[in-house]
Design a protein around this ligand. Structure first.
Ligand code: PEP
Ligand code: CO
Length: 463
C-alpha cells in the first residue's frame, strides 16, 4: 500500500465534494482550521474505542442518533437540551430492557455535510446548486448563497465547538431531567395500543431509578455522569484533513473533530478517496452498508480499513431496508463470521426505508423502521451474531416528518411541522416509543421468528 498521510486522499477519485470558486479563501480557511485546537482529546477517542470493542463482543449496546443534517440555526439552548434529553431517555429505556450498559453517540457537533444524489435542483423554475449541508452552502433557494462558501468551514468549527461545550457542561453537571421519568412527556402513550406495556415499563424503570437514588452514593456512579460521544459523517475531506492531528506519543493520526466518524454508503468505494482517508485514522470508524454492498466488497473494505483486525475499530452500520434485509443481511453476517472479522454490528433502520408522498414529502413509516429493526435483531440472533447497536435519525422536537407511531401521524399530517433540511426524523414520541419497543421485545424475547423460520437458539457472542 502506498504511504498514507492526512492528504493522501487527494491522489484518489473523490465523490461528493463541492467545487469552491474562491480557492484562495479556501486555502486560508483550511490553514486557520489546522491551527485551531482540536474539539476532542485522543484519550476520549481511545476510551470510546474500548467501549465499542466491548459492544462488539456483546457486553454493551450502542445508541447512535441525532439529526440527519444539523443546522447552524439549531445551535440553541433548547434544541441542544432536547436532543440530549431524548438520547439520554432512550438510553435509560435500553439499559433497562437489554440489561446492558449503553454507549451514547450523538450525530451532533459536526453533522453539517450531506451527500446528495444530484449536483443541481430546480426550484420555482430556477436551476440551483443542490444544498450540501450548512458546512458547504445555504438551504435558502438563492443562487448566491447556494454557491459553496469556504467561510462556512470556520462557522461549522465554531458551531461544533459551542455545541460540544454545552453538551459537556450538561453531562458534567448531571443533567437532572434524566433521573425523573415523571418529567418525561408521555402523553402520547395513552393513544398507543401498547399503552399497558409502556406504562408498566415506565413504572418499573422509575422504581428502579428511585431505588438506585435511595442508595445515595450509588447514584453518582450509576446515574450521575454518563458517557456521551460525538460523531458525524466524514464527507468533506478538506475539512476532515484540517482536523486530523498527529499524536506524538503513539505516532498515529487522529481526527479530533469528533470521537468517531463514519463513511457514507455513497462514498465507500474501495479505490476512492474516502476509504483512503479513513484507513490512516486511529479513531474508531463506522461504515454505512447499503443494499449494493456485496459480501466480497465488505470483506475487502474490512481488510483495508482494519488490517490488524482490532476490536472496536469498525462499526458496520447496515441500512438495507425492511424489504431487503431478510435476503441481504445473512450473506454479510456469514462472510464476516467466516473471515473471523472483528466488527460491531449496528442497525440503521432509517435510510433504507425512505419514501416520497404524492405531495413530495420525503417520509419514513414507523412500522417499516420497526420491522427492519426487529428483523435485524432476529437475523443476528439466528446466526449466532450480536447486534450491538442502533442508529437513528431523530430529534427531541415534536416534528411531523415520519408517519405512524402512537400519535398515528398520517401522510396528510406531515405538512404540520415538517422541519428537516434533509431526511425525515423520528420525533420525540416516536423515538421514545422505538426504545420502548426494543426494550419490551428483548425483555420478553418477543421478536417474532415466523418470518425467518428458524428458532432463536444460538447464543450471542460466538464471533
Ligand atoms: C446519513 O446517515 O445521513 C446518510 C446519508 O446515510 P447513508 O450514507 O447510509 O445513505
Ligand atoms: Co440521513
Amino acid at each position: 500500500m502506498p504511504i498514507w498521510s492526512p492528504s493522501s486522499w487527494r491522489n484518489y477519485p473523490v465523490k461528493q465534494q463541492p467545487s469552491y470558486p474562491r480557492q484562495e479563501l479556501l486555502q486560508a480557511t483550511l490553514a486557520q482550521l489546522r491551527d485551531y485546537p482540536p474539539l476532542v482529546y485522543t484519550g476520549e477517542v481511545e476510551y470510546l474505542k474500548s467501549l465499542l470493542a466491548e459492544a462488539a463482543q456483546g457486553k454493551r449496546f450502542v445508541l447512535q442518533g441525532g439529526d440527519c443534517a444539523e443546522r447552524f440555526r439549531d445551535c440553541t439552548n433548547q434544541a441542544i437540551i432536547d436532543k440530549l434529553k431524548i438520547l439520554l431517555q432512550m438510553s435509560l429505556v435500553l439499559i433497562y430492557g437489554l440489561r446492558k450498559p449503553v454507549v451514547r453517540i450523538g450525530r451532533i457537533a459536526g453533522q453539517f455535510a450531506k451527500p446528495r444524489s444530484a449536483e443541481f435542483e430546480t426550484i420555482d423554475g430556477q436551476i440551483l446548486p443542490v444544498y450540501r449541508g450548512d458546512l458547504v452552502n445555504s438551504f435558502e433557494p438563492d443562487l448566491a448563497t447556494r454557491i459553496p462558501d469556504p467561510r462556512r468551514l470556520l462557522q461549522s468549527y465554531y458551531h461544533s465547538s459551542v455545541t460540544m461545550n454545552y453538551v459537556r457542561a450538561l453531562i458534567e453537571g448531571g443533567f437532572a431531567d434524566l433521573h425523573h421519568p415523571e418529567h418525561w412527556n408521555l402523553e402520547f402513550i395513552s393513544a398507543s395500543e401498547h399503552r399497558h406495556d409502556y406504562v408498566h415499563l415506565v413504572e418499573r424503570l422509575t422504581d428502579a431509578i428511585h431505588f438506585m437514588e435511595s442508595l445515595g452514593g450509588v447514584r453518582s456512579s450509576v446515574l450521575g455522569k454518563v458517557n456521551f460521544f460525538t460523531s458525524h459523517e466524514g464527507l468533506l475531506l478538506c475539512y476532515e484533513e484540517a482536523l486530523t492531528r498527529h499524536d506524538v506519543e503513539s505516532d498515529r493520526y487522529y481526527n479530533l473533530g469528533a470521537h468517531t466518524l463514519w463513511i457514507g454508503d455513497r462514498t465507500r468505494a474501495l479505490e476512492g478517496a474516502h476509504v483512503e482517508y479513513f484507513r490512516g485514522l486511529a479513531n474508531p470508524i463506522g461504515i454505512k452498508i447499503g443494499p449494493s454492498c456485496s459480501p466480497e466488497e465488505l470483506l475487502q473494505l474490512l481488510r483495508i480499513l482494519n488490517p490488524l483486525n482490532e476490536w472496536g475499530r469498525i462499526t458496520l452500520i447496515t441500512r438495507l431496508g425492511q424489504e431487503h434485509i431478510l435476503r441481504l443481511l445473512p450473506p454479510l453476517i456469514q462472510a464476516v463470521q467466516k473471515q473471523g472479522a472483528r466488527v460491531l454490528w449496528c442497525c440503521d433502520p432509517m435510510h433504507g426505508n425512505t419514501t416520497t408522498t404524492e405531495n413530495a414529502f420525503k417520509t419514513r413509516n414507523f412500522e417499516d423502521i420497526l420491522r427492519e429493526l426487529r428483523l435485524c435483531f432476529e437475523l443476528h440472533r439466528n446466526h449466532g451474531s450480536w447486534l450491538g447497536g442502533v442508529h437513528f435519525e431523530l430529534t427531541g422536537e415534536n416534528v411531523t416528518e415520519c408517519t405512524g407511531g402512537a400519535q398515528k401521524i398520517a401522510e396528510q399530517d406531515l405538512s404540520k411541522n415538517y422541519d428537516t433540511y434533509c431526511d425525515p426524523r423520528l420525533n420525540y414520541a416516536q423515538s421514545l416509543e422505538m426504545a420502548f419497543q426494543i426494550a419490551e421485545a428483548h425483555r420478553s424475547a418477543r421478536f417474532p421468528s415466523e418470518e425467518i423460520g428458524v428458532q432463536p437458539a444460538q447464543p450471542y457472542g460466538s464471533l
